[in-house]
Design a protein around this ligand. Structure first.
Ligand SMILES: *Cc1c(COP(=O)(O)O)cnc(C)c1O
Length: 351
């Protein structure tokens, strides 16, 4: 059957009228890849699956929520949408607004957006406004604009975003034939961990599937939930989770508690190591932020937290091509040869 995006596929689970015409770029239906090489590299006893959300139309999971939020905005006859962003929300909002024929405004922390994400927002035609502040400042301003004007906010404080994002859990359950025992993911603004948990709970209530323990990971320099207090000046190489005051903090705490899960810290060094490990063992290039899910898993494996009976799904939230600068840093540069056969062969060092 022809695939028509997450709204058509899961409409009965979404709070949209049955006749609403979806604004879609055919998001969702992303690969769930069994990662046996990675499992061996980590020495993990459990099965590991990677949900590669970088395969979405704009290269991150944000598209799942944006299709629902933008469809709702059009139903409500909005003329413009706005978001604060660490990069991917703005890329997604700009693309879906283009498809819907709406104006998009995006407010970004200056100098902290990966090049690919900035290029996306601009080429999709959004009006990009940089501020001399961080994401939390940008979101504060956007909230105020939402109160003062008719412009619709499409950050994850818009509940339709969370509704769309929960469809990733549905896909995982349908692909595995049940829920995993554990689900690991990066935590920034904490919308996604909220959405996944909502998805597992709702599917479980209807179909009797079990519930995973939720495992969330924050970057060491941007770990407000772990530390239990707002981080004024969050810093991490993983710009997508460079957030000091998560909008869905309470919901994340609830997901962690209800699922008997846990939230932990990973350092930038551990994040970059995991990013390369995923790429070199599994052939998947994800963003630094995405790799926190695997960096965190690695730590828990070392502590002996899993058995052979466990199945862990790690969400790889975004595509590594968005941020080639970070990926190329500290990596061995290409070898160089003269344009002659023997020089190239010498470097190849094969018989
Ligand atoms: C948005 C984003 C996150 C963080 O998700 P939250 O819902 O804000 O916790 C992680 N990784 C990537 C690639 C993202 O775009």
């Amino acid at each position: 059957m022809k695939y028509s995006g997450v709204i058509s596929r899961y409409r009965e689970y979404l709070p949209l009228p049955g006749d609403a015409e979806p604004i879609t770029l055919l998001e969702g239906n992303t690969p769930l890849i069994e990662a046996d090489n990675l499992r061996r590299a980590l020495g993990a006893p459990c099965k590991i699956f990677l949900k590669f959300e970088g395969a979405n139309p704009t290269g991150s999971f944000k598209d799942r929520g944006m299709t629902v939020a933008m469809t709702k905005a059009v139903l409500d006859r909005a003329e413009a949408v706005i978001c604060a962003s660490t990069g991917n929300t703005s890329a997604s909002a700009a693309a879906y607004a283009a498809k819907a024929g709406l104006n998009a405004f995006v407010v970004l922390p200056k100098g902290k957006i990966a090049v690919g994400k900035m290029a996306q927002a601009l080429i999709y035609g959004a009006k990009v406004i940089e501020i001399d502040g961080n994401f939390d400042d940008a979101l504060r301003i956007v909230r105020e604009i939402g109160e003062k004007t008719k412009v619709v906010i499409v950050n994850s404080i818009n509940p339709f975003r969370i509704e769309g994002q929960k469809t990733a859990s549905f896909e995982i359950i349908e692909t595995l034939g049940g829920a995993p025992t554990h689900h690991s993911l990066p935590v920034g603004n904490a919308g996604n961990i909220t959405a996944y948990w909502k998805g597992y709970v709702e599917w479980g209530a209807k179909h009797g599937t079990s519930l995973p323990k939720m495992l969330g990971f924050q970057a060491a320099g941007a770990a407000p939930i772990v530390r239990g207090k707002v981080v004024k000046h969050p810093e991490t190489v993983a710009t997508a989770i460079r957030i000091g005051n998560p909008a869905s903090w309470k919901q994340a705490d609830q997901a962690l508690e209800e699922s008997d899960g846990q939230i932990g810290i990973v350092t930038d060094k551990q994040i970059l190591f995991a990013q390369r490990l995923i790429a070199s063992t599994e052939g998947i290039f994800c963003e630094p932020a995405s790799a926190s899910s695997v960096a965190g898993l690695k730590k828990l494996v070392a502590k002996g937290c899993f058995t052979q009976k466990d199945t862990v799904v790690c969400t790889l939230t975004g595509n590594g091509l968005k941020d080639p600068d970070t990926a190329s840093r500290d990596i061995k540069p290409p070898l160089r040869a003269k344009p002659v056969l023997n020089d190239v062969l010498k470097l190849m060092n094969v018989k």
